[in-house]
Design a protein around this ligand. Structure first.
Ligand code: TZP
Ligand code: MG
Length: 448
């Protein structure tokens, strides 16, 4: 599972449009399964603009709905068919929606799922997530092997549709949906979530043990899921949000400039994680700097990690502590810092990464990937090592060592969840611009 956290709804919409276009570029006759809801509306508007501008082409693609109400008609205000006709204006001929007036909705939606399979299966499935954790109309209690079927809609879901149907009473009590199993058969899945009301359920879906109480949590078992979140929807994530550009602020690399100024600049540039690293002073002497940077990170909703000293991490209210092989052990530190704190562990190979994960690390760093002047490195790693570590652990993998604008693409392609940099950013003339360049490459890579 990968997670991208973007600034706001507009950025999520643009990213979603990019991902759909990437899928089409890779496979012009792709079969796309697309959701209804408020979240994707801006993405559809962006795709419509791109079609009009000639930069996106759905001429050979097929678009399938993922759910529909039962006991209504294609023209009932609120019916999903109407939503698709209104918002997914990308080539109506290619739009496939279940018929809300089907006499036997169970038989109808099973045939609809079969038609998707016969057409080659879903290449890219875009999903939203309900505040109760539903995906499509798979409400809580949906099993991971659930198939296309008729479902009783929860009051919560019906209330969410009351406005479009005109009243709660007008919202049908039954829906037709592709099952969780049908969605999991997709080759690639993108989940979009925006806004503070989604923050709690996004955290449960991504971080908690998968459960039928939160059907979206079944997505954890899929090999190619990307969550695209805005900062508000990501606000309650703690453990698995190590994704994107991870900037280490080391005063040695800042060319005499104030570390707090560099921290603000890199956050402005789009860093999602910031680490404070001071290899000279003891924890007490670092406290003022660490607290200042922690406060700036909170302002930007970024994760703040202290290096080396668990007591420093606790004292400055850091989200996490990073430990090397020669620091206190993860097993010893966990009870001191509590369950909520992120612990990252430096590793050099798959065995060390597995051990760090087993000890309770929430992410592992692997390095040094390239030559670096920022640390006396005794053990080199490689792009191939990133791949090995990625397949050895479930926790996010952070690549580190000599990463810069000319090689970050190779690190991303090797599967790293995040890239950690010191000199490429702290040592740059313009740390904000240097961060922005690296962050843009991170989000701009084709992933399908
Ligand atoms: N661990 C492995 S390499 C490294 C650390 C802390 C230094 C990374 O710095 P740079 O300047 O990005 O190569
Ligand atoms: Mg250390």
């Amino acid at each position: 599972m990968r997670i991208e956290i973007l600034a706001d709804e507009a950025a999520v919409a643009a990213r979603a449009a990019d991902l759909v276009c990437d899928a089409l570029r890779a496979k012009p006759d792709a079969l796309l399964a697309l959701p209804t809801g408020n979240t994707p509306v801006r993405a559809y508007a962006e795709l419509t603009r791109r079609v009009a501008a000639g930069t996106a082409n759905f001429a050979r693609a097929a678009i399938y709905a993922i759910d529909e109400f039962a006991d209504s008609t294609r023209t009932t205000p609120g019916a999903n068919s109407l939503f698709y006709r209104e918002h997914v204006r990308l080539g109506q001929r290619l739009l496939h929606c279940p018929n809300p007036a089907a006499q036997d909705p169970g038989e109808h939606i099973r045939a609809f799922a079969d038609a998707i399979r016969r057409a080659g299966g879903i290449d890219l499935c875009v999903l939203g997530i309900g505040t109760n954790g539903h995906i499509a109309f798979n409400e809580p209690a949906s099993a991971p092997d659930s198939q296309a079927r008729v479902v009783e809609l929860t009051l919560e879901s019906r209330e969410a549709h009351a406005a479009t149907f005109g009243s709660l009473d007008a919202v049908p009590s039954r829906g037709m949906t592709l099952g969780v199993a049908d969605l999991l058969e997709s080759r690639s899945i993108v989940v979009l979530a925006t806004g503070a009301p989604k923050a709690a359920i996004v955290r449960r879906a991504i971080e908690d043990t998968p459960t039928a109480d939160v059907p979206a949590s079944w997505l954890q078992s899929h090999a190619d899921v990307l969550w695209v979140l805005d900062a508000a929807a990501a606000a309650q994530l703690r453990r698995r949000t190590i994704a994107g550009l991870y900037v280490i602020i080391d005063p040695d690399a800042c060319r005499g400039r104030a570390p707090a100024d560099i921290a603000r600049a890199v956050l402005e540039g789009g860093a999602t994680i910031v680490q404070w690293r001071d290899k000279h002073r003891d924890a007490n002497a670092q406290l003022t700097d660490a607290r200042a940077i922690a406060a700036i990170c909170r302002e930007y909703g970024a994760i703040f990690i202290a290096n080396d000293y668990p007591d420093l991490a606790i004292a400055c209210g850091a989200d996490g502590i990073h430990l090397g092989q020669n620091d206190a052990s993860i097993t010893d530190v966990r009870p001191r810092v509590g369950d909520a704190m992120i612990i990252g562990g430096s590793t050099n190979n798959a065995d060390e990464a597995r051990a760090a994960e087993a000890a309770g690390a929430n992410y592992v760093a692997i390095g040094a990937i390239f030559a670096t002047a920022s640390k006396d490195v005794t053990r080199a790693a490689s792009l191939e090592r990133i791949r090995e570590v990625k397949s050895a652990v479930r926790v996010p993998v952070v690549a580190i060592g000599g990463i810069n604008a000319s090689n970050i693409a190779s690190v991303i392609d090797a599967g790293a969840d995040a890239a950690a940099v010191i000199s490429a950013v702290c040592g740059a003339d313009d740390p904000r611009a240097a961060t922005a360049e690296l962050a843009a490459m991170w989000h701009g890579r084709p992933r399908l």
